[in-house]
Each structure stands twice: as C-alpha cells, then as structure tokens.
Write a protein that binds this ligand. Structure first.
Ligand SMILES: Nc1ncnc2c1ncn2[C@@H]1O[C@H](COP(=O)(O)OP(=O)(O)OP(=O)(O)O)[C@@H](O)[C@H]1O
Ligand SMILES: [Mg+2]
Length: 238
C-alpha cells in the first residue's frame, strides 16, 4: 500500500482483491477547472474509488468529453490537480503518462479509431500485441461480435464497430476505464449487454468506470450519477 501526498491510501485493485467490499481511491480530481473560449467548469472535485462506476450526464457542449480528457491523461486541466496512485498525474513525465494510458487506463472514445481496411481480428491482434494480453473470446461473445472476426471493420455497422472498440480496450484489463458515449450507436439490447460487461468487470476487478452518456438507462446502472450543469457536477438521483 502507498500513501499519497494528501495522506489517503492508494492500492491497486488487484492488491485489494481479498477485500472486495473495501473501497479504495483510484483517482481523485481536486478543484478542477477547464476553459476553452469560455469557462466550462470550475472547482470540480471527484473521487473514483475501486468498484465505482460513475456516469456523467449533461447537455451537448457542457464539457463532458473535456472532463474525461482531463481525467484520463489526455488534457491537462487549466487549474486543479488529479491524483493517481501516489502522485499527481500531470506532474509526471510524458513517457510516464503514456505508460499509464497504455497499461493502466482504458479509454473508449466517442469516435472509434479502428484501423479501417483491416479485419476485426487484425484490429484486436494489434491491441493484443501492444497490451501483451491474449484476445478474450468470451468477452467477444458477451459483446455479440464473435462472429465478425473475419470481416473488415469498415463493413461493420456503427454499433458493431463500437463494440469492437470496447473489446479492444477491455482486453487490456484496465484499472480505470474512461468511456465517452459508450453506447451511443447501440440499440437498447446491445447497450444493456455492454453495460452488463462493464459493470461486472468493475465489480470483479474492483476497477473504476467513468462513463459519459446521454442515456439515462446506462446512467442508472452506475453506482453514482452526476450532471455537468452550470459549471458544476451535480449529483443526480434517477
Ligand atoms: N480542443 C478544443 N479547442 C477549442 N474548443 C474546444 C476544444 N474541445 C472542446 N472545445 C469546446 O468546449 C466545449 C465543450 O466541449 P465538449 O466536447 O467537452 O462537450 P460535451 O459535453 O462532450 O458535448 P457532446 O455531448 O456534444 O459530446 C464546446 O463548446 C467545444 O467546442
Ligand atoms: Mg462529448
């Protein structure tokens, strides 16, 4: 176990496997502010504990994706700090941030960024090599894409592509998953299957999930829900 700069204890989800009910902070945002042309949000505080699934709702343009980028190593906030393990995220060297992004965080983007012109299997092979993890065929089955392996990703439907991109990230077995419009292209049934996969993964691995969504049914599956509104994160009860 390690002690961070603010005195709280941070341990990895797997180190914590014997005490699944005990929550451990995985990531903490302190007084986060971000602005582009105008202020999107200020003084946001948020802790993602092991076993937490956090849904973020909010109108288009409120800053949900920006917040996800702040939290997931992609974009340094204008103000505030993000504590991961024992140190602040953006105090780390860029190579260290890259390693965290590659090995410990899983980021599922609003756009899928699959390699068009390659088959589903080839796309998964690339991730498998980078992450040094075997392709999880059970996961593909749960996501309903096991029969698409030989198909070119460009020939898949938007929803199938989305599920391939989810599989590609989840195969890494990330400690923290950041998902932007996780189920944006999916019908209700597929969206529910994806959430089954995500929620059981978080519970079994004591990982953390941060999901931006417009879908209140998706949000309801999460352990905490917030709305990004008026530059603040407001807790929501659905
Ligand atoms: N790199 C950037 N440079 C300048 N402005 C940006 C940049 N990224 C986002 N913005 C602006 O910040 C605001 C919030 O964008 P963001 O993508 O975070 O919203 P969002 O809540 O995710 O919206 P949506 O629900 O439509 O995805 C928008 O007005 C957007 O134009
Ligand atoms: Mg967005």
């Amino acid at each position: 176990m390690q002690t961070n700069q603010t005195g709280a204890s941070f341990i990895s989800p797997r180190e914590n496997s014997g005490k699944k009910s005990q929550k451990t902070p995985l990531l903490r945002a302190e007084n986060l502010s971000h602005a582009f042309d105008y202020l999107l949000y200020e003084d946001l505080n948020l802790t993602i504990n092991s076993g937490d699934s956090i849904a973020i709702l909010g109108v288009s343009g409120s800053g949900k994706s920006t917040l996800l980028h702040n939290l997931s190593t992609l974009l340094k906030p204008k103000k505030g700090k993000i504590l991961y393990k024992d140190r602040y995220l953006y105090d780390r060297k860029s190579q260290e941030l890259l390693d965290i992004r590659r090995n410990e965080f899983g980021i599922i983007f609003q756009q899928h960024y699959l390699f068009k012109g390659f088959s589903v299997k080839e796309n998964l092979d690339i991730s498998s090599i980078i992450a040094n993890k075997k392709i999880d065929f059970q996961l593909l089955e749960k996501l309903g894409i096991k029969d698409t392996l030989k198909q070119n990703v460009a020939d898949l439907s938007g929803g199938q592509q989305q599920r391939v991109s989810i599989a590609r990230v989840m195969m890494k077995r990330p400690r923290l998953v950041f998902a932007d419009e996780l189920t944006g292209n999916l019908d209700r049934e597929s969206a529910d299957s994806v959430m089954d996969v995500m929620i059981s993964y978080v519970r079994e691995e004591q990982a953390g999930l941060f999901v931006v969504t417009h879908d209140e049914e998706v949000a309801k599956r999460c352990s905490r829900i917030y709305r990004l509104h008026d530059k603040r994160l407001e807790p929501v009860a659905l």
